[in-house]
Design a protein around this ligand. Structure first.
Ligand code: SIN
Length: 541
């Protein structure tokens, strides 16, 4: 099937099946048929892997003001206060609606009414609603069960979105749907929809080391950039301080909630190196902890630091963190007894496709929510467990907007991929290019940056983006090639935005600009004929 002819029609098209996409689909289904395209199986999402939980003000000792203040403090002066306030206020209602839908959250021992509220880095109060260390899985399975029962919603698995169908600027930028690759049959197709929701998750796979699942290849960011959308704060990549360091443990996260229950970080000599560096010690905001781990390992010439959870004890650790316990045991580590070797790894994209509080992008009919979207909530560093909250609030709001059928003639569909059979060594070359992008991002766009490193990154990523784009236009489509085209474009945008931000703030540390600019400014990036253009705009609220 050619990508030039419409293969599916629906009122609403949803790309991605994490919390944002599923929440949106359930709400938007009131207006007519919803089609969800998801590139692996329906539960392959970052949501499903989320261990920590959902931040919400539920304790009598907590308040919206405190949650807002913690979010702004973590965000290092770059959060949009009005958006933070609006999102934080929705927390309690969101927990109620997820509970009504069937999600089960952990309660305090012997108290069927009171939820057990966890603590994570940067929070001044216990406010993390959790299902032990499987919170994301609980939410994902609850939403999937509701979607499965809904007569208006269809889910197509193994369907990888290729490009958005958007008219050129001269004819008014409006989205009509998207093209896709059916990875089982190899066929391409085109969906025509009144509204399209991008909920494709983040960009962790742009980096060599990440806590993210394999699906996190920046597809939404890359598609939106090609369609002419602005991307906000793309240089703000959050590294989680505690990813398990083990040669056989691919991207396994040790939740910050473990430190919330009392675990501390030590260097290999046993010193608690976060002591005295921040009032919250090992529970300081993530940017601070990740940077200090980086500094400490470099200072000592070590490869990792240790998470000492012995104060929690084996029994309590197993009970509170069953999934982490089980995984650690496969490597011979007893949680709550043995020190856990950890390193920082790419975890969350705080920037993304610029949207308003209803998830509207700059292109009519195109929405975004979840990690792919940029609302201004996370600023220069996301507060732990604020992301499921932000994703759900935005998806709910966007899903309440009545779809407007597009008027006038449809623009030409997105250019289809090529038809040439792959070269005999194409697979090997693609593997090397994937490795090259991911290593480059780690080495030149990691925790510590400089003009020299970013110049190298931009030059090489621009070349990789051109090469993968050219190959995509001529060669039969494959997921490896499509994703390489996306990670190289996303990496290029990230590195170009990082080069433009000549200051150190939150997650962005420049050795050549160690000071923080007194005027907080957002970076807005756009991709045009001449490459990536970045403007720095003073924060509006
Ligand atoms: C964690 O459990 O540490 C991850 C929570 C988050 O990233 O919000």
């Amino acid at each position: 099937m050619s990508a030039h002819s419409v293969t599916h029609r629906c009122t609403t098209l949803v790309l991605g099946s994490g919390v944002a996409g599923l929440t949106y689909a359930l709400r938007a289904a009131q207006f007519g048929p919803v089609l969800i395209l998801t590139k692996k199986s329906r539960s392959d999402s970052s949501t499903n892997r989320a261990q920590g939980g959902l931040a919400a003000v539920l304790s009598p000792t907590d308040s919206f003001d405190l949650h807002v203040a913690d979010t702004l403090e973590a965000g290092a002066g770059l959060c949009r206060r009005d958006v933070v306030e609006a999102v934080v206020r929705e927390g309690p209602a969101l927990i109620r609606s997820l509970t009504e839908l069937g999600a089960t959250f952990a309660h305090r021992d012997g108290d069927s009414e009171g939820l057990d509220l966890g603590l994570e880095g940067g929070h001044s109060r216990r406010r993390i609603v959790h299902s032990k260390d499987r919170t994301g899985q609980e939410i994902e399975s609850t939403l999937l069960a509701a979607v499965a029962k809904h007569p208006e919603i269809t889910v197509l698995e193994q369907h990888l979105a290729l490009d958005l169908w958007v008219g050129a600027a001269e004819v008014g930028r409006r989205c009509y749907g998207a093209s896709f690759l059916d990875q089982e049959t190899g066929a391409t197709g085109l969906v025509r929809a009144d509204h399209t929701m991008l909920s494709t998750g983040g960009c962790g796979k742009v980096y060599r080391y990440t806590t993210n699942p394999d699906i996190a290849t920046a597809d939404g960011v890359a598609m939106a950039a090609r369609a002419g959308c602005s991307l906000g704060n793309m240089e703000m990549v959050q590294f989680h301080p505690t990813c398990l360091h083990h040669s056989e443990a691919k991207s396994f996260l040790i939740s910050e909630a473990v430190r919330g229950e009392g675990a501390v970080l030590r260097n290999l000599a046993g010193d608690e190196f976060m002591e005295g560096l921040h009032p919250l010690g090992s529970l300081a905001p993530r940017d601070v902890v990740a940077r200090e781990i980086d500094r400490e390992t470099k200072r000592r010439g070590d490869k990792f630091v240790l998470l000492d959870a012995s104060s929690i004890g084996e029994k309590r650790f197993r009970e509170r963190f069953p999934a982490i316990s089980a995984r650690l045991e496969t490597f011979g580590i007893v949680g709550g007894r043995d020190p856990i070797p950890v390193v920082p790894a790419a975890h969350y994209m705080c920037g993304g496709v610029v949207v308003d509080l209803d998830g509207r992008t700059e292109v009519e009919g195109l929405f975004a929510s979840g990690e792919v979207a940029f609302t201004g909530v996370h600023g220069a560093n996301r507060l732990a467990s604020n992301s499921l909250l932000e994703a759900s609030v935005l998806a709910e709001r966007a899903g309440g907007i009545t779809p407007q059928p597009a008027e006038g003639p449809e623009p030409p569909p997105p250019p289809p991929p090529g038809t040439d059979p792959p070269l005999p060594d194409q697979g090997v070359i693609l593997d090397h290019e994937w490795d090259a992008v991911r290593s480059l991002m780690l080495n030149y766009m990691g925790l510590v940056r400089s003009r020299g490193r970013l110049d190298r990154a931009v030059t090489r990523l621009a070349e990789m983006k051109e090469w993968s784009g050219d190959l995509y236009r001529t060669s039969q489509p494959s997921s490896d090639l499509t994703e390489l085209r996306n990670i190289s474009l996303a990496g290029l945008i990230m590195a170009t935005a990082a080069r433009a931000r000549e200051e150190s703030r939150g997650l962005h540390t420049r050795v050549d600009f160690p000071e923080t600019d007194p005027v907080p400014r957002e970076s807005w990036s756009r991709v045009g004929e001449g490459g990536v253009e970045v403007t720095l705009r003073p924060l509006e609220s």
